[in-house]
Design a protein around this ligand. Structure first.
Ligand code: AMP
Length: 369
């Protein structure tokens, strides 16, 4: 991933793929042109790279010239095309091939056709490396098309975002979701995840999703999901993966504008971790860190029993259920430590101390990401 000005871009088309496509265009065009000496006309600025690579591969004599038009503003194509440098040589009777880096709305192409209206060229053909069919609003024929791409903003290989990115040898596509910070807050029951999540979501403007809280909300409202979850939760067992994953996906979808998420109580199994990777991928994003609050079992039991006196949670009232939940955590969820450690995303934080002290320890990890 790269950042240009305020926006993030992800790799989209490799340098090798671009090279192969240019080679294919060269072969097609050289065959059609035959023994004529064509004039290739690049449209500046964007086309300088494609023109350069193209003519280096062109197997026969040719001429190269440029016209310079200005059309882009930020990430949007505008109607208002300015002609900065027009044709500087007489092309009467010549075989002309326009070499474009990209054709999207077709506004630039309209201006190119206006430029050639009164030139008595022998033929005028259009070749473009990239073409966005969904964006194209004109009828001009495109004679040679390299790669059709979706209507999303791209940079690299001559194409820029407000001046930056032209030098990149490959193509990057704008990210669907701009930068998110996504944290998995991890730790056994009673480690203080909920308390800390409340502070962290304020401090970092994140959306906090506690799967336990969502289940409890559903139980309180007697929804079908609640009824299903209750039978497992009352025993301190995990709710089946698919039920939990579907619910989590729905919670994330409710917050499409979020700066990021704190996942609390999720993932708890490998299947859930993999589902979360997929979900983050679909948002062009990722989990940045799993932060685990580490607390001794005996302290956990003590904390949960005392919380049980006021929380009204059935699974906090009974020491054997509490021990079962802690055992479930180590049994099933400790493997997640390996999952995130292997990606260098696991951070253990001492969860014993005052609430403030622990917030400071967690913030230190997040600020360093
Ligand atoms: P918690 O509030 O995180 O301690 O969760 C309370 C209970 O909700 C757990 O003991 C499980 O029964 C259920 N639960 C919460 N999150 C999950 C999850 N990710 N997968 C399966 N069950 C969960």
């Amino acid at each position: 991933m790269i950042k240009l000005h305020d926006k993030y871009f992800k790799p989209f088309i490799s340098a090798k793929e671009i090279d192969d496509v240019i080679q294919r265009l060269v072969i097609e065009i050289a065959e059609d042109v035959g023994d004529e000496t064509p004039v290739f006309v690049g449209i500046l600025n964007g086309s300088f790279m494609v023109v350069s690579d193209f003519v280096k591969k062109y197997p026969k004599p040719c001429e190269v010239t440029f016209i310079k038009l200005a059309s882009y503003e930020g990430v949007k194509s505008t109607e208002d095309i300015q002609r900065l440098i027009g044709l500087t040589q007489d092309l009467t009777g010549r075989t002309v091939i326009i070499l474009e880096d990209i054709i999207d709305s077709g506004n630039t192409l309209a201006e190119v056709h206006r430029i050639f209206e009164n030139e008595k060229v022998k033929s005028l053909k259009i070749a473009t490396l990239f073409y966005k069919p969904e964006a194209y609003k004109k009828d001009y024929k495109l004679h040679y098309v390299g790669i059709e791409i979706p209507n999303k903003f791209i940079v690299g290989f001559g194409l820029d975002y407000d001046g930056l990115g032209r030098n990149l040898p490959e193509i990057y596509q704008i990210k669907e979701t701009q930068h998110m910070t996504n944290l998995v807050l991890f730790g056994p029951p009673g480690a203080g995840k909920g308390t800390q999540a409340d502070f962290l979501k304020e401090k970092y403007h994140l959306v906090h999703i506690s799967t336990g809280d969502v289940f409890r909300y559903n139980i309180k409202n007697e929804t079908a999901l609640g009824m299903l979850a209750k039978s497992y939760m009352d025993k301190g067992e995990l709710v089946p993966d698919q039920v939990t994953i579907d619910m989590l996906n729905a919670e994330v979808e409710k917050n499409t504008d979020a700066n990021g998420f704190i996942f609390d109580g999720f993932p708890r199994t490998n299947a859930q971790a993999e589902a979360l990777e997929k979900l983050m991928d679909s948002k062009d994003s990722q989990i940045n860190a799993m932060i685990a609050l580490e607390v001794d079992d005996e302290i956990l039991v003590e904390r949960l029993l005392s919380r049980g006196k006021t929380s009204g949670r059935a699974d906090d009232a009974d020491e054997s259920i509490i021990r079962n939940r802690i055992a479930e955590y180590y049994d099933k969820t400790a493997i997640l430590k390996d999952f995130y450690s292997s990606q260098n995303k696991y951070f253990g934080v001492d969860g014993v101390g005052s609430i403030d002290e622990i917030t400071v320890r967690l913030s230190a990890v997040i600020d360093n990401l």
